[in-house]
Design a protein around this ligand. Structure first.
Ligand SMILES: [Zn+2]
Length: 393
């Protein structure tokens, strides 16, 4: 290992470490703002949209049903006020097909994207479960998020020609994502989440990447654990973790992107038949999946209640100086009401100091080796404020 490798590696592990901190600190606890949004989700619109998707008929490449379905999804977004709508056109067996991409710009990380997707084409039937369910859920998440600020940019994507071999998602990844080097935080795919009428449907499968390349598998496993937590927080469902396969996240994971996804636990026996209709689904299960998916999407996109003062408050709540530090680091906390603990953590993730909470704290760094450290303040609702400290001298 040469020096530049060594530096890159430590930067990488730092990034991963702070990422893990954020996920661990927030995924465990329910967020009352997100709860309110999930509770106000319109389950009737969800049902109407599912029915509309079904009513177009069998949506295979080359059919009028597929084109009509595309036009309906697109005009729904326009109606909700989305303006950044793009179409990724490709050809399958001599038929023009269209992926629909709707972008919502993030407030803090406009160039980093959370993709929330589901395919809208079907095979040999109306595809209520596969994938009217995913289509209606992605649409409803988008409708709910329209006027909510998200820290990350979001791309809602409705892929076409999934059923004939992931043709739409392959085209998008290879002709748009890779050539344009998109910075993607994660891909959240929803496919066939309708359950089976007459069975007990109370488990949703959360899917993680377990295939080559392996470089992105740990991140996919972490995000899928988070998805599982969130589904249980915001719906009445239990979860099971399984491996990802055979749907639109595959072209992304093959290119090293981080993916997760949802799939029903009881698998419909009517997939890809004319009987994949609403009667054979479990509507209550579908609605619970939708609630959990919305809660997860709020979390993944960094949605927040925009009071306009939140960011400033957060920044001022915990301040440190000087940074870089050689001898003594001053830590100032403007409001100690909800603070529980102050910790210094080294690059290996080990806690090396714990300080009690005071408005002003002086921490002696003079004996510590040079390098990066983290100051972590935990609050009683499980949130963690993190500041990076550079020890020099
Ligand atoms: Zn499908």
């Amino acid at each position: 290992m040469n020096i530049s490798n060594c530096i890159n590696k430590s930067i990488f592990s730092l990034g991963l470490f702070s990422l893990l901190l954020i996920f661990q600190s927030k995924a465990q606890e329910s967020n009352s703002y997100y709860e309110t949004i999930v509770e106000t989700m319109d389950l009737d619109i969800l049902e109407v949209n599912l029915q509309q998707h079904v009513d177009f008929g069998s949506k295979e490449p080359g059919t009028e049903a597929l084109v009509n379905s595309f036009n309906w999804i697109k005009s729904s977004y326009e109606e909700w006020g989305y303006e950044d709508i793009s179409i990724d056109t490709f050809s399958y067996s001599g038929n023009e097909c269209y992926n629909l991409i709707i972008t919502k710009t993030g407030t803090h990380y406009p160039n980093k994207y959370v993709i929330i997707d589901g395919h809208y084409d079907t095979r040999n039937g109306p595809g209520a479960n596969d994938n009217g369910t995913g289509t209606a859920i992605v649409m409803e998440i988008a409708r709910m998020l329209k006027d909510i600020d998200t820290q990350y940019s979001v791309r809602f994507i409705h892929f076409s020609a999934e059923e004939v071999g992931l043709v739409g998602s392959n085209h998008y990844v290879n002709h748009v994502v890779v050539p344009e080097s998109h910075n993607i935080k994660l891909v959240f795919n929803i496919d066939a989440v309708g359950g089976v009428n007459g069975m007990t449907n109370d488990i949703i499968v959360c899917e993680r990447d377990e295939s080559a390349p392996n470089s992105n598998n740990a991140a996919s496993a972490a995000i899928t654990d988070t998805l599982s937590n969130l589904m249980e927080l915001y719906s009445s469902l239990n979860t099971e973790i399984s491996y990802a396969y055979a749907t639109d996240y595959v072209p992304f994971m093959e290119e090293g992107y981080v993916i997760t996804g949802l799939y029903e636990y009881n698998e419909t026996p009517y997939a890809h038949t004319p009987n994949d209709n609403i009667e054979h689904m479990d509507m209550e299960y579908f609605k619970e999946v939708a609630k959990g998916s919305l809660g997860a999407s709020l979390y993944f996109t960094g949605a927040y209640e925009s009071t306009g003062v939140e960011d400033i408050e957060e920044k001022e709540l915990l301040s440190i100086y000087p940074n870089p530090v050689t001898h003594v680091l001053n830590v100032k906390i403007t409001n100690t009401d909800h603070a529980q603990q102050l910790k210094i953590i080294n690059q290996q993730g080990q806690t090396i100091m714990i300080e009690e909470i005071k408005m002003n704290t002086k921490i002696d760094f003079s004996q510590l080796p040079n390098g990066l450290y983290f100051l972590v303040m935990e609050t009683e609702n499980g949130e963690k404020l993190v500041r990076k400290i550079n020890k020099i001298g």
